[in-house]
Design a protein around this ligand. Structure first.
Ligand SMILES: *Cc1c(COP(=O)(O)O)cnc(C)c1O
Length: 411
């Protein structure tokens, strides 16, 4: 493996598994032959080069389907969950535009869902953005109230990418089925981490990403229910691959990698979940041992085991992320058009801007060890203590002054 460039410095410990995951070496092994010897176009019908890659792609399709309780023929390969979400939302909108004009989603969805909705609003669709409670979860009564006779689709993410909370999928699915609307879920953060079943949960469309489950980047899938059949207007036209829903030559190496990644994740889900829950609980308990005032963002119980989003009151947010030299984590802020903005997900929970800045998303995963967690804890405690030392507000807080009661004077 290549070391970090220019310095001999040790690379920070990777704790950002919600951003992406490394390819599992077993996945890479499965992919390798499809770059060189088995390079055929899987759509070539006339020779063995095509047949063997087609066979590999179909095996992979079955592996992806299996982890969500679907059938192989219900899986459409795409370039990633971003494309899958675009295809689900715009594809349904394209099919229903003569009959319906309304969609329902959630304000804490991934940008690719929200921006697809924005685009559809430009085209005349009405979109309801459901709020979330302070634990990050939607209220089913809000969903019930939002659905009308004009509603074509409800899109509710399975697991949030910032705070890891799990939305009540089975309950949402039941509401959608009863009200006769399609149910799409962005499951990029859920596949391989929690049990999913498109039948039991009444899911009609599900987006999946390869690189969030230890597969390669650049591939994803959209589950499209066949019974009753969900029709989608294609967004990419061409040779009619993927049953006309997504043209373009498939990348067998990537399909095989994603299939193998799903196979491994399904097999290890139970054991890995409890291992990660143990590490996450150790992480939180040690942080709370070492630091007063650690706040968890989002529901701690209805959450995937590999996520912790925490805020540190009285810490300057920009100082916090600058201090994180030994661990690779995400901040509760995003750089949008050059300026630092507090995370819209944390804001939606009612977290104030100051606290959103002073937060970290810590993502644990398959290659995280107990030593990694302990190292991260020591590093975070040191950094937060140092930043609080410098904060006059922290000093006042320690002296028992209620900061919120202070009247600030402009100079
Ligand atoms: C990562 C992610 C996406 C985007 O997936 P890509 O495969 O990178 O396009 C969409 N939704 C959620 C919730 C994600 O975490």
């Amino acid at each position: 493996m290549q070391e970090a460039r220019n310095t001999g410095a040790r690379r920070p410990i990777y704790l950002d598994y919600q951003a992406t995951t490394p390819c599992d070496p077993r996945v890479v092994d499965a992919m390798m032959p499809y770059f060189t010897e088995r390079f055929g176009n899987p759509h070539s019908r006339n020779h063995v080069y095509g047949w063997e890659t087609e066979e590999a792609v179909e095996l992979a399709r079955g592996q992806v389907a299996a982890i969500i309780g679907g059938a192989a023929r219900e899986i459409v390969f795409t370039s990633g969950a971003t494309e899958s979400n675009n295809l689900a939302l715009k594809g349904v909108a394209g099919t229903y535009k003569e009959r319906k004009n309304h969609l329902v989603t959630v304000i804490t969805e991934h940008k690719c869902v929200l921006e697809s909705c924005r685009r559809l609003e430009e085209e005349g669709w009405r979109v309801t953005y459901l709020p979330v409670q302070s634990n990050g979860l939607i209220e089913l009564a809000d969903l019930e109230a939002a659905i009308t006779a004009e509603t074509a689709l409800v899109s509710v993410m399975a697991v949030n990418n910032e705070i890891g909370v799990i939305q009540p999928l089975a309950e949402v699915g039941a509401v959608c089925r009863r009200r006769g609307v399609l149910f799409h879920t962005d499951a990029a953060q859920a596949v391989g981490k929690i049990p999913l079943d498109v039948e039991a949960m009444n899911i009609d469309l599900m987006s999946i990403s390869g690189h969030k489950v230890y597969g390669p980047k650049g591939i994803g899938a959209l589950y499209v229910r066949r019974r009753p059949r969900v029709r989608l207007r294609a967004q990419i036209d061409g040779g009619g691959q993927e049953r006309g829903m997504r043209s373009g030559t498939l990348a067998p190496a990537l399909c095989v990698g994603m299939g193998e990644a799903c196979r491994i994740a399904a097999g290890e889900l139970a054991v890995e979940s409890s291992r990660l829950a143990g590490l996450r609980d150790r992480l939180l308990a040690s942080l709370r041992d070492g630091l007063p005032d650690v706040q968890v963002n989002g529901d701690l119980v209805r959450r995937i085991p590999g996520n912790l989003s925490v805020s540190f009151p009285f810490v300057d947010g920009s100082g916090l992320i600058a201090a994180m030299k030994e661990i690779a984590v995400s901040a509760g802020s995003a750089c949008s058009s050059g300026s630092l903005e507090p995370s819209y997900v944390l804001r939606a929970l009612g977290v104030d801007a100051e606290m959103a800045f002073a937060s970290l998303r810590i993502g644990l995963g398959r290659f995280t060890t107990e030593e990694d967690v302990d190292h991260a804890v020591r590093h975070i405690i040191e950094a937060v203590n140092a930043l609080r030392e410098e904060s006059p507000l922290w000093q006042m807080h320690c002296e028992g002054i209620d900061i919120k009661s202070i009247e600030w004077v402009e100079h």
